[in-house]
Design a protein. Sequence first.
Length: 484
Amino acid sequence: MFLDQNRAPLLDALIAHHAEGVHPFHVPGHKHGVGARDLLSLFGQTTLSFDLNAMHDLDDACNPVGVIDEAQRLAAHLFGADHAHFLVNGNTQGIHSMMLSAVGPGEQIVLPRNCHRSAITGLILSGGLPIYVPVEIDAHLGVATGPTVQSVRATLEKNPFVCALFVVNPSYYGFATDIEGMVRAAHDHRAAALVDEAHGTHLSFHPDFPANAMSVGADMSAVSMHKTGGSLTQSAILLSKGERVPHDILKESIDLIRSTSASYLLMVSLDTARRSLAQDAPGQFERVLQLARFARTEINLIEGLYSPGKEICRPDSSVFNYDESKLLIHCASAGFTGFEMERLLRDRFSIQVELADMNNVLALITIGTREEDILHLVGSLKTIVLGNNRKHSRPTVPPPLMPDVISSPRQAFYSPKKFMPLSGSAGQISGEMLMSYPPGIPIICPGERITQDIIDYVRVLKEQGSLLQGTADPLAENIRVLGA
């Protein structure tokens, strides 16, 4: 069947439905905005008229056979997949669905320890057993980059019953492993290749970006379209290829955790973002790369700041490639923590970066970035650095090394727990997650042994004002550990 990428079938159906002037005796209860005056004033009649629920002419996300099905087939075609599923609970829903469909209770999966929290919570749902592959840490930047293909192969060879390999492509910071080598390693060991491409929607659309998962034969990939593809926040797409993980099993797994009232606003944003990418992506992302390269050059002229680019790539390392649209700015050598730089940019220059850590800030250059935004960022960084008399650079503070795994995340989740002060918890087995968000990479996971290094690192994060998540105690002064 011919697929016309200039079409937006779900958008067309919503427009046609709106034009009918249908009298709504169905949910949602605001009835085209009449019952939500503040939202109507803020977003307008058309937007709230598109906030609809499943019906014959609009199809149903739980069993799409009409316009949603067509929109998903167009997305699959664009990304080189056999199937695409629209998600309205973000990339987390995609990662949970991959885990549920590919990793059963007691089955082993190899994954990097610097994965997103959703991979760990996916294992709690599926009952899978994590086998963490060692990751490399860039000593200068103080950031975990990822595993090498060699370390993944060695881990797979030591664990012959592994059923899946989970790969992040690229990382939040833009580091990309040899994704083709990773997929080959998985398949050589009869394991499924699952890929978290939350930060990789754009990889398909310019040759200067790292390779995308579907192009190298991955079995599944969760793509967070809202991050760099232009759709609304919380919308994503789950892609699949081949039958190593049967599609009916994948669909059943998605249905287990999907909403039966999927937002048409989120789904239509996926449909229209897909069409926009199909029509204009090469030109859009060439402009993105030009802006990012200009910004990186200018930032690297500011004494004490460093923004890495392709020069950090090494064929035999965990940084096989680098996503240049991620503008990572190392500021420790200028005497600032990333958290300090983030606050200065926001408070003095109304600039909000994507994330800050102990050593860096991260700015994302996307299809919505303007040249004046770049100039303002570069000028603000110059003003901050040149206007402060910080004579000494700060030492780079790396994250703690990989903790010992004592029990599976699922077993720890369901085990009896007790509260105790985090400061005195060294040696205990954690019963919950703790992370700085963003990037949402757990410092400690359920089932891992808490060390003094972890406690000291969390203390420093608190002193810097980092936003901590995961613990039942919102202030992370106490932590739940295993034990009655």
